[in-house]
Ligand binder design. Structure first.
Ligand code: SAH
Length: 495
């Protein structure tokens, strides 16, 4: 008999991919199957090795419609096959998320489950928009209300007269399409028409928008300005606090969509940085990092590592490639011996640090010319190893050999161009929906150019701007015909 699996009902938080709990993250890491709903930020799926399927009540280009019944059955069936299943739901699973219906179905079927709470849209919106849902002076209570009553008339339970008299903040979920009726019912119940009110759309995401108006004018304001789902209606004095308490919209990249062209395996830190700064990272890898076709030359070099005077690294991948292989093949740092280590820049030096190694030399400007210039003094007559990729500039070997070094080059990883962009990726550029694309190497610049259509190219420089990591990358971009709008002063993604 197969061992019974388990279902974790996990709250994914309101949108910002940082707003998931540590426990939720741990569940994702060990899942075999993830079923996520339409509110979940797909960036969270980076944290799981599992197959992830989107569930939606409506059919869309992303997949067919799935009824609640079908979702329940999928969860039960997968758990019975012994799988660890994560049911990932926007916000908190038990706040208007039908999580309890799923949990009840699991309980009835005798499937073990756990529930991991999430940050619900209302509290997240309060924090990110700048109103505290409770406050000693103006809100002693808060109510979360569905604006989308259960369709069966006998289940209509919301008493708007009671809500109108409620001594605190009212937050309506799923109410945007009924905002006129909701506001009218509250006014009819005696709610003060001038009560501050707001509609908060896409809270905690870079597209967050907020409309503020006195309660009686709110439906009109929404009709005029429009509001995109998902949206909350927030009613109460606390809305006034926003003037002093807003911060999210002041972040430097707020509202900006940033195309990240780094290989997926290296994009994590950049994704997190963009999110931290209020921007929306859009993954747009142009090259893939793969292991070398043949490890044999690397393994031979690893046997003689201690014979070198210097090992030179021109990327973090080079470090991972060489020392990762050393570890995998049963070796360890003792084989490195007294070799001196040179790194082209801080990211490469960081990669060394992860192996508990310190770079002996990092040039002030992070480029091959600079690295060669500072290394030159150290290498005459010395044995130097360069752990490189299939594609690399010839500056380093030329300069080092001219300086009298005995140089060995060893390919420890491959840079492979992507064949094409997905239609969605291309459409974003063609329609000018990206604000910036970051380029972090000459080969990325060249492969991006190759992947773009004339329509996409026409957007570059104007609507979709390009930021280059360094002068060398800028030069490569300009050479193929990509415009460059900005260049980093420090040659790193952070720069
Ligand atoms: N379980 C979710 C709510 C699901 S109901 C939670 O705890 O947040 C879906 C409703 O949630 C939407 O109609 C909208 O009212 C609200 N919502 C979810 N995410 C939101 C967001 N980022 N900004 C504003 N409202 C959001």
């Amino acid at each position: 008999m197969t061992r019974m699996g388990k279902v974790y009902l996990v709250g994914a938080g309101p949108g910002d991919p940082g707003l998931i709990s540590l426990k939720g993250l741990q569940c994702l890491r060990r899942a075999d199957l993830v079923l996520y709903d339409g509110l979940v930020n797909p960036l969270l799926l980076r944290h799981t090795p599992a197959t992830a399927e989107r569930t939606s009540r409506k059919a869309s280009p992303l997949g067919p419609a799935m009824s609640q019944q079908e979702i329940n059955e999928r969860l039960i069936e997968a758990a019975r096959q012994g799988k660890t299943v994560v049911r990932l739901k926007g916000g908190d699973p038990y706040i208007f998320g039908r999580g309890s219906e799923e949990a009840l179905a699991l309980a009835e079927a005798g499937v073990p489950f756990e529930v991991v709470p999430g940050i619900t849209a209302a509290t997240a919106a309060g924090a990110y928009v700048g109103f505290s849902l409770t406050h000693r002076d103006c809100a002693s209570a808060v109510a979360f209300i569905t604006g989308h009553e259960h369709p069966a008339p006998d289940k209509e339970r919301i008493d708007y007269d009671v809500l109108a008299a409620f001594p605190g903040t009212l937050v309506f979920y799923m109410g945007l399409h009924r905002i006129g009726e909701i506001v009218q019912a509250l006014l009819d119940g005696g709610k003060e028409p001038e009560t501050p009110a707001a509609v908060v759309s896409q809270a905690t995401l870079p597209q967050q928008r907020i409309l503020v108006a006195p309660l009686h004018e709110l439906p009109h304001a929404v009709a005029q300005a429009g509001a995109l789902p998902p949206s909350l209606i927030v009613i109460g004095e606390c809305v006034r606090m926003r003037e002093k308490l807003q911060w999210f919209e002041h972040l430097p990249l707020f509202g900006k969509r940033i195309g990240i062209t780094r290989p997926l395996t290296q994009a994590d830190a950049t994704i997190e940085r963009v999110v931290e700064l209020g921007g929306q990272p859009v993954l747009l890898p142009t090259i893939e990092i793969r292991p070398p076709e043949d490890w044999a030359p690397v393994d031979r070099v690893l046997q003689r590592l201690g014979e070198y005077d210097w090992i030179v690294f021109t990327s973090a991948n080079g470090v991972e490639g060489l020392f990762g292989r050393l570890w995998q093949t049963g070796g360890d740092l003792r084989q490195v011996g007294r070799v001196q280590l040179a790194a082209i820049g801080p990211a490469t030096a960081d990669a060394l640090e992860r192996f508990h190694l310190r770079a002996d030399l990092v040039p002030d400007a992070y480029r091959a010319e600079e690295l060669a210039a500072v290394l030159k003094a150290h290498v005459p007559g010395r044995r130097v190893l360069w752990a490189r990729s299939t594609r690399a500039r010839d500056v380093l070997p030329r300069e080092l050999e001219a300086a009298g070094a005995h140089l060995d080059q060893c390919i420890v990883y491959q840079n492979v161009d992507r064949e094409q962009l997905t239609p969605e990726e291309l459409a974003m550029i063609e329609q000018g929906e990206l604000d910036w694309i970051g380029l972090s190497s000459p080969s990325i610049a060249r492969s991006l150019f190759r992947l773009l259509t004339p329509r996409a190219l026409a957007q570059l420089g104007e609507r979709v701007r390009i930021a280059s990591i360094s002068p060398v990358t800028t030069e490569a971009a300009l050479e193929v015909g990509l415009p460059v709008n900005a260049e980093a002063i420090e040659y790193t993604w952070d720069g």
